[in-house]
Ligand binder design. Structure first.
Ligand code: HEL
Length: 403
């Protein structure tokens, strides 16, 4: 067993730590070795762009790399480490999808049936199917476009609020649809709020119990929880800091919130090790049977150059070295997340920067995918930087400029 524990002091107050554990004789994968220098360079750049801290974990076969920079708590001066819990935002959509696909496998939901067959109050368009919701093709308006038009005032207005699913759906359906169901990809949180409502209405069981019994407990995810509408993150966690639209103002500590505005679309708390266990289990068919897994992994391109894809509650990215990785991204006030794994689940990478409303940090952080799976330093390699630089170009509803 080789254990490396390297600490690198940066200029100023930041400290980077690298922990690598490689059991002797561990099997190697055909992928290039991860570039730890690349991860460190990305984290350094994310911090230069305004993130208080960042963490990355890479699991590759039997080797594990845990890399952290900066602060988990700026007031207390606590250093970041790669084991900390955080709010994963829309990575939660993959958890919700697993629950839904298990219900499909159990014969309780038909992917191509109208969602209205399963809902307590019908959506305005009967043509919206369950598959349209899972693939963001329903045309349902994303109510968060209005809610967070002004970032911090919008956030403070909902920080402690508890919404019913229906209240959120009503905010969406007050708008005209963005497209005819099934005709266009248009990322919308509304889809996964409807799915939460559908699952609870059909089964009579809360989402928290489904997550717990169908995913967290079977996989032993001890650092993963869904505490909605409670606001705390227990155990060792990173605080999150959202940037004001007026960027001259100080960051706002957004750690405590109900996340009720997102619920089944984004309120899971986890850490990097658990996310790896989760996504590796997803792609290896340990959570959903093969036919449902194939549906989840049937990917459609969602950006202009065909490097980013969406399946059912699952994203894919084609990286500069030719590898395709599967997982999800997340943005919730105070946290940007990338959590992806290879098709065989043998290499996984999670990165988190504890800030948000700062697109340059999110774009830079995407470079950890290139470093982890392609072994390049995206801060140096223009090809990898271009690939990573596409990170933030998709998915915010068309024609919407968020402030
Ligand atoms: S947005 C995304 C990301 N998804 C979607 C969901 C999630 N997160 C949200 O809808 C959060 C919206 C507000 C976030 C807030 C901030 O940055 O803190 N921004 C503003 O208020 C801007 N005015 C598609 C990026 C995903 O990666 O899937 O997570």
């Amino acid at each position: 067993m080789r254990i490396e524990n390297v600490s690198i002091a940066l200029a100023g107050t930041a400290m980077m730590t690298v922990l690598a554990v490689t059991p002797a004789g561990a099997a190697t994968t055909p992928l290039p070795s991860p570039s730890i220098a690349g991860v460190l360079a990305v984290q350094k750049q994310a911090m230069a762009n305004g993130a208080p801290g960042a963490l990355t974990r890479i699991d590759s076969g039997a080797s594990s790399y845990r890399i952290a920079s900066g602060k988990a708590d700026t007031a207390a001066g606590t250093a970041m480490d790669a084991d900390r819990r955080f709010r994963v935002g829309s990575v939660s959509k993959s958890f919700t999808t697993v629950v839904l696909m298990q219900l499909v496998a159990e014969g309780r939901v038909d992917l191509d049936a109208p969602a209205n067959d399963y809902l307590p109050k019908p959506l305005p368009d009967d043509r919206i199917t369950v598959r349209h919701l899972l693939s963001h093709r329903s045309g349902l308006w994303d109510y968060t476009n209005d809610m967070f038009f002004h970032t911090v005032p919008g956030f403070e207005a909902v920080r402690n609020k508890v919404f019913s699913y229906q209240e959120l759906i009503d905010l969406s359906t007050a708008h005209q649809p963005t497209s005819v169901p099934g005709t266009a990809y248009g990322y919308s949180n509304t889809n996964f709020v409807v799915l939460g409502q559908l699952i609870e209405h059909l089964t009579g069981v809360p989402m928290a119990t489904h997550y717990e019994e169908r995913i967290f407990q079977p996989l032993g995810l001890r650092n993963t929880s869904y505490v909605h509408p409670r606001t705390e993150i227990s155990g060792s966690f990173s605080r999150g800091y959202v940037r004001e639209d007026d960027t001259t103002l100080p960051l706002v500590d957004s750690t405590e919130q109900t996340v009720s505005w997102a619920q089944s679309a984004g309120a899971v708390i986890s850490n990097s090790a658990d996310l790896h266990r989760f996504f590796a289990a997803v792609v290896s068919g340990k959570l959903v049977p093969q036919p449902q897994l194939q549906e989840m992994m049937s990917m459609v391109p969602v950006n202009a150059d065909g490097t980013q894809f969406y399946g059912l509650g699952l994203r894919a990215r084609a990286l500069s070295c030719g590898v395709k990785v599967y997982g999800h991204t997340g943005t919730v006030q105070g946290y940007y997340t990338y959590a992806f794994t290879t098709a065989d689940g043998k290499r996984s990478m999670t990165s988190m920067a504890n800030t948000s409303n700062n697109g340059s940090v999110n774009t830079v952080l995407a470079g950890t995918l290139e470093a982890a799976f392609c072994g390049v330093n995206p801060v140096k390699s223009s090809k990898a930087a271009r690939s990573a630089g596409e990170a933030f170009t998709e998915d915010i509803a068309p024609d919407i400029e968020r402030h």
